[in-house]
Design a protein around this ligand. Structure first.
Ligand code: DLL
Length: 437
């Protein structure tokens, strides 16, 4: 694979990126203590939980005392819908976002004016880490609205001093026209929507390798190293990973540095990460896989203690920012785990296999059904344009063979012609569960 032809390096954005480890740990402790105090004093949910556990804010004397604090789950946020988790009077909340999820009530998050500025400066740091600079044009294709992607990227890019094009998701041909005319250097977009944009560019006769975009800040859904290689090759650009979730803020909780591309660095001056074993709830050592748990350290409107993200990853030592730990690329969410005949399968494993086979595109879906009281996995994947239909069956056999040998389960594989799989303009729907139909 050809490397992107432009060599881009990061720049530090602020002092915190250079704090010594001692300074970082001291600030984290100070901030954790203030967060626990505010949660206890201002959020009835947290006061009740802490009192039930016999924990008082004064008990937090070291970062290890984090273990004393209760977990927060999505169910807790739902139970306190809409504004019950706020630690400030509602009048101090200048913005809300919400994530709908697939079941139940939305979860609502709130921001003070100070939170919005902090968030913008964190996203500005992310853009620097990805290689962006003040003066760059940034095209934002994350959705604007209750979803945090669009506005989060937007405020961050403005804060850094970029010219922002607030394109949002959808209207792909128009977006490509704007990209051709305005020549952005940076794009914010989900990896799956970007792939669909690349297909549309090619259909319109626009060569993505000749386009102005040099830096992609991709997130909001899991994606693999194989997907990075495909994007960088097709568009001659640097593809970096941004992680975040609305409950903690939105995009920007962690960002990958362009020169190392070895997983997002968690901005630990604002978010304290832990990994726990999702079955026992006990913390595991750095380097071991488990569920990411995050505690906010600087949020005013809605401090959050030990939030169970359901994302599966590992914490690794810092590299380009040595004192901030990295998270390994997310393999999936506990909710995305498919158990097929007793074998655990994540869509990212299927993505890696598909991208290793010539003639297939990364547009795929995993359909779960239960025809004879046994779960069955059908992988539907699109062939590349120009591949004759006579080749489909052979490619399907090859995918099924790799699924069996590498993951250890049987799957039915159906190769489809172009546009056979639904396209999203945001997060891709990788799993279609037909078991309860
Ligand atoms: O997706 C915020 C965001 C917007 C992040 C744009 C990055 C870019 P939610 O809608 O609350 O917020 O979804 C959060 O998305 O718990 C992960 O499961 C997943 N996710 C986000 N970023 C990544 C990533 C936004 N880089 C949920 N890799 C998280 C893998 C990601 N999964």
């Amino acid at each position: 694979m050809a490397l992107p032809t432009t060599d881009i390096r990061t720049d530090l954005y602020d002092d915190a990126e250079q704090w010594s480890l001692d300074e970082l740990r001291a600030r984290q402790l100070e901030r954790l203590q203030a967060t626990v105090r505010s949660s206890y004093e201002n959020v009835p949910h947290y006061r009740a939980k802490l009192e039930a556990d016999g924990v008082h804010p004064e008990d937090i004397k070291s970062l290890d005392d984090l273990q004393l604090l209760p977990f927060t789950t999505k169910a807790d946020l739902r139970a306190n819908y809409p504004f019950g988790m706020f630690a400030v009077p509602r009048e101090k909340v200048v913005r809300v976002h919400a994530s709908s999820g697939t079941t139940g009530r939305a979860t609502v998050v709130g921001y003070t004016a100070g939170d919005i500025t902090t968030w913008a400066s964190i996203v500005a740091r992310c853009i620097r880490a990805a290689g962006g600079r003040p003066g760059d044009i940034a095209h934002v294709s994350y959705g604007y609205g209750l979803f945090t992607g669009g506005l989060g990227a937007h405020y961050g890019a403005e804060h850094l001093g970029c010219t922002v094009v607030p394109a949002s998701g959808g209207n792909t041909e128009k977006q490509i026209q704007l990209i051709t005319d305005f020549k952005p250097r940076i794009i914010f977009i989900t990896p799956s929507y970007f792939l669909s944009m690349l297909d549309t560019m090619e259909k319109m006769g626009v060569d993505p390798r000749e386009a102005s975009i040099k830096i992609g800040i991709f997130g909001a859904e899991p994606w693999t190293e194989a997907m990075r290689a495909e994007i960088e090759e097709r568009a001659d650009m640097h593809a970096t990973d941004i992680f975040g979730l609305s409950e903690l803020m939105g995009p920007g909780v962690a960002q990958e540095c362009v020169e190392t591309k070895d997983g997002p660095h968690v901005w630990e001056d604002h978010f304290y990460p832990e990994i726990v074993n999702p079955l026992t709830d006990k913390p595991v050592e750095d380097g071991q896989t488990g569920e990411l748990v995050l505690t906010s350290l600087t949020k005013e409107a809605m401090p959050i203690l030990r939030y169970r993200t359901r994302d599966l990853t590992q914490l690794l030592p810092g590299t380009a920012r040595p004192n901030f730990r990295r998270m390994a690329k997310i393999t999936g969410r506990t909710d995305d785990l498919m158990i097929v005949r007793g074998v655990n399968v994540f869509p990212t494993q299927i993505e890696e296999i598909i991208l290793g086979i010539d003639g297939l595109t990364p547009h795929f879906q995993c359909v779960l059904s239960r025809p004879k009281r046994m779960d069955e996995l059908t992988v539907k994947v699109e062939a590349s344009p120009g591949v004759p239909e006579s080749a489909y069956e052979g490619m399907a056999r090859e995918v099924a063979h790799h699924i069996k040998s590498r993951i250890g389960t049987s799957a039915k594989v159906v190769v489809m012609p172009q546009d056979g799989i639904e396209r999203s303009v945001g997060k891709a729907r990788r799993i279609v569960d037909e078991r309860s139909l």
